[in-house]
Design a protein around this ligand. Structure first.
Ligand SMILES: Cc1cc2nc3c(=O)[nH]c(=O)nc-3n(C[C@H](O)[C@H](O)[C@H](O)COP(=O)(O)OP(=O)(O)OC[C@H]3O[C@@H](n4cnc5c(N)ncnc54)[C@H](O)[C@@H]3O)c2cc1C
Length: 402
């Protein structure tokens, strides 16, 4: 009999097991033959382990229920994560936008530190241990059942099975089914941080395929044409729609609208006003429009946005045409129709309802010896180290309070 059984050996489960095992006998159950498969993929294989920005700003980047983690962060926040690794001979470095990576530029370093800590604390790690069911009496888990029908008994349980994106990493939605069996509610599940599809003719014709635009402003509009979110970053046009950081950051806002088509507005030159743009174009009357704009935009985009006027000299453009071209550059409207499937998303939005979890302890309000950690809960964030931090912090809290 163990004191604590942690289900799922990802970021959340490993951190929970490490902290719980300081004072308890812990077993970590992982369905794969290794730990942290998803963690290894993050940051392009370099592991974007956390983000260094101040915690108030940090929480704004957890777009799905960040405030729920105030208590967890008060015990173990991004700075504690940095300290956790640095003090274990795993130096980190900061890159753009506060993103933290191991100096080694390899996720394996982070995983290896976590594994060493599990070993040091005598956590029993059981691989090929897929949990499929519970034995429950009176809101209390007596034991859990593995796929091979064996039973594991513990006094307390921490469910840290992740979401359902990139299912080959092991997180395939098992945790939702397990929580539902115990009476927990699962909120709507949908992809977050995912590329968007579009049926627009220019996408279908692959006119801009492969073209990336840097430092653009992308807005998601609602049915009243009001911006629900604005992202300043880069995008890339693909054969199916748009990808890149700005598109990914917009994705959950698009999908949350549950509309068949959602309008976006793209400002390709957010740092130049319409009046300035007019001045720039009119300052070179004898130049073809596309040649003026190519100093500011990639040539392919300039050609596309100028339409049939690409070769027209600027003095030949009447006011109405000029205004409409400027409008196109500053507020190019196109519709997106959903996204790639959840399997291809970086993060799952939705999860175990937070109404049924105590934020001070991560304890279930339904089952008296069950706790939660990580992406299995209804919490999601932008990429940039925020999701991993949510997993580490909630894992730490669940492990520490027991
Ligand atoms: C390609 C990619 C890149 C990403 N990049 C970033 C990034 O840059 N920044 C960021 O913040 N986030 C990023 N994320 C998201 C981040 O990796 C996750 O949010 C985070 O790993 C979630 O941790 P977790 O422990 O909750 O879940 P997971 O890491 O998914 O771990 C869950 C574990 O539970 C195991 N498991 C599942 N079901 C069972 C079961 N029934 N029995 C036993 N074990 C089970 C799984 O095998 C898995 O090992 C990225 C995700 C992907 C896919």
């Amino acid at each position: 009999m163990f004191d604590i059984a942690v289900i799922g050996g990802g970021s959340a489960g490993m951190m929970a097991a490490i902290h719980a095992s300081k004072t308890h006998k812990v077993i970590l159950l992982e369905k794969n033959d290794s730990l942290g498969k998803k963690l290894l993929l993050t940051g392009g294989g370099r592991c974007n382990v956390t983000n260094s920005i101040p915690i108030e700003n940090f929480i704004q980047n957890i777009i799905g229920n960040g405030k729920f983690l105030y208590s967890a962060f008060s015990k173990f926040d991004n700075q504690d994560i940095i300290q956790f690794f640095q003090s274990r001979n795993t130096p980190l470095k900061e890159e753009d936008n506060g993103r933290m990576f191991p100096v080694s530029d390899s996720s394996k370093t982070i995983l290896s530190t976590l594994r060493q800590e599990l070993q040091k604390n005598n956590v029993s790690v059981r691989y090929h241990a897929r949990v499929t069911d519970w034995n429950v009496t009176e809101h209390h888990i007596e034991s859990l059942v593995l796929e091979d029908n064996s039973i594991v008994q513990a006094k307390n349980y921490i469910l840290a099975t992740g979401g359902m994106s990139f299912p080959h990493t092991g997180s395939n939605g098992d945790g939702y089914r397990l929580a539902q069996k115990l009476g927990h509610t699962i909120t709507d599940l949908y992809p977050s941080e995912v590329a968007l599809r579009s049926n627009e003719p220019f996408v279908q014709a692959q006119t801009l395929k492969g073209l990336s635009l840097q430092n653009i402003e992308l807005k998601v509009l609602n049915t009243k044409n009001k911006a629900v979110v604005t992202q300043n970053s880069d995008i890339i046009f693909t054969h199916f729609g748009i990808a890149g950081p700005a598109a990914l950051r917009c994705s959950s806002f698009v999908l949350k609208q549950k509309e068949r088509e959602v309008p976006l507005s793209l400002d390709a030159l957010p740092n130049i006003s319409k009046a300035e743009l007019l001045h720039i174009i009119q300052a070179e009357p004898k130049k073809a429009l596309k040649n003026i704009l190519k100093n500011y935009l990639p040539q392919r985009y300039a050609d596309f946005i100028c339409m049939e006027y690409a070769d027209t000299k600027s003095y030949q453009l009447n006011d109405k045409t000029l205004q409409s071209i400027i409008e196109h550059i500053k507020d190019f409207r196109f519709k997106v129709n959903g996204s790639l499937p959840i399997e291809k998303a970086f993060v799952t939005a939705g999860g175990i309802s937070l109404k049924e979890i105590d934020p001070k302890t991560m304890k279930s309000k339904i089952i008296d010896n069950l706790y939660f950690a990580g992406e299995v809960m209804d919490i999601h964030a932008y990429t940039g180290g925020y999701n991993i931090t949510c997993a580490f912090s909630s894992g730490h809290l669940a492990g520490e309070v027991l």
